[in-house]
Design a protein around this ligand. Structure first.
Ligand code: AMP
Length: 383
């Protein structure tokens, strides 16, 4: 079996390794931190993503390369491509790295987005506010993730504060102003496309964020078949347009029955972690199958699933492990504020049972706030 090289050694790489091991896949991981959490499960090359020597060593040990981290410099991805096949391709990576390129592509594909305007200087911020309207949100075009590099403006009076917060980054990573979407819910489509263009998606997932960071995911989302079909069609169009190979996520806002695309992640995604136990084939294994040119596995769900993220530090596992279908994932990372350190997935055959399991876990761990919106959604749609 071949060796897959993964750029980035975080929890996504770690879970890829765990999913690929039964297939006999070997791995090598490149990360600037020698103790990145994937180093506990796979051999590492320690070095920056721009370090040519480290990239050379990495490429010499891999048959194919992929990413756990989308902000690898596109020049590094291009130079790797001279040595090994790279999936997803560097163009897909470059588009997903830049919110402007991403939104431009969505527009070309007739996928609705919130109004937006590029902001390169202070004067353009005023023009952008006039164009987009308020409330709105100023974001870095590149290198933002998990709500970092964002500033919300309630009115044009907040322009100075927004510029103070992010203006210094305008020349380095670019800025974009987006209309604030008063969404009813946030959804994502996690999907996979193989080297022959075969496309499969997992059921649409509903997501809840706290301070811009994913807190909980519920699958399947309780949306109409028609809405799920539109969401999936959007994802397919993006994948086909980019000749994408591997797993990706399309994040969507749902407002009054309308879907607006927020962004795409060119990699396995936090809102797809539930697929490890909640679907016939996980996003991690299907990603590896796609990049290795193996047949894709079925993406059908096994009941209902909810994933809860553990941010900052791990809670005690007993309450989740005591559940009939409770699954625990500790990424082996040191505790640190705001850091994703693990997750749990609860699975059940019905929405009612899933709501009951979440209630028990929420109370036992003192995390009622985290589970409450998910329980409310399950109860509103229990059948
Ligand atoms: P992002 O980094 O773009 O995925 O943003 C992180 C989170 O911030 C999203 O999942 C939303 O909860 C929120 N957010 C980002 N952009 C917008 C927007 N234009 N309108 C409303 N909420 C947003």
């Amino acid at each position: 079996m071949k060796t897959v090289g993964i750029l980035g050694g975080g929890q996504l790489a770690r879970m890829m390794v765990l999913a690929g091991t039964p297939l006999g896949v070997r791995f090598v991981v490149l990360d600037p931190a020698a103790d990145a959490c994937a180093s506990q499960v796979a051999p590492m090359v320690a070095g920056s993503f721009a370090d040519t020597q480290a990239l050379d060593e990495f490429a010499s040990r891999a048959d194919v390369a992929t990413f756990d981290f989308e902000n690898v410099p596109s020049a590094s991805a291009e130079s790797l491509l001279k040595r090994v096949p790279v999936f997803p391709n560097p163009r897909a990576l470059a588009v997903a790295q830049d919110r402007l390129a991403e939104k431009t592509l969505f527009g070309e594909l007739d996928i609705p987005v919130a109004p937006f305007a590029v902001v390169d200087n202070r004067a353009q911020l005023d023009e952008a506010i006039a164009k987009v309207g308020t409330p709105c949100i100023l974001k870095t075009r590149r290198l933002g993730y998990d709500g970092k590099g964002q500033f919300r403006l309630l009115s044009s009076d907040d322009a100075d504060a927004a510029w103070d917060a992010l203006g210094a980054q305008a020349s380095r990573v670019g800025l974009i102003l987006e209309g604030f979407v008063e969404f009813d819910r946030e959804l994502s489509v996690v999907a996979v496309r193989d080297r022959h263009g075969e496309f499969r998606s997992w059921p649409v997932t509903e997501n809840w964020h706290v301070d811009g960071v994913l807190s909980a995911s519920l699958a399947p989302a309780s949306v109409s078949d028609a809405m799920a079909a539109v969401a999936t069609r959007h994802a397919r169009k993006v994948a086909d347009a980019l000749d994408y190979v591997g797993v990706f996520a399309l994040e969507l806002f749902c407002r009054n029955g309308e879907l607006l695309a927020n962004e795409m992640a060119p990699r396995v995604h936090n809102s797809g972690h539930w697929t490890i136990e909640g679907a016939e084939t996980s996003q991690f294994q299907n990603h590896l199958r796609a990049v290795l040119g193996l047949p894709l596995g079925a993406t059908r769900m096994l009941g209902h699933a909810c994933m809860l993220n553990w941010i900052g530090k791990m809670p005690a596992p007993e309450a989740v492990l005591a559940e009939p279908s409770g699954h625990w994932h500790d990424y082996g990372k040191a505790a640190r504020e705001g850091r994703k350190v693990g997750h749990a997935t609860l699975r059940a055959d019905s929405r009612q049972e899933l709501a009951q399991a979440l209630e028990r876990v929420g109370v036992a761990l003192g995390r009622q706030e985290q589970v409450a919106p998910v329980i409310a959604r399950l109860q509103a749609t229990a059948s």
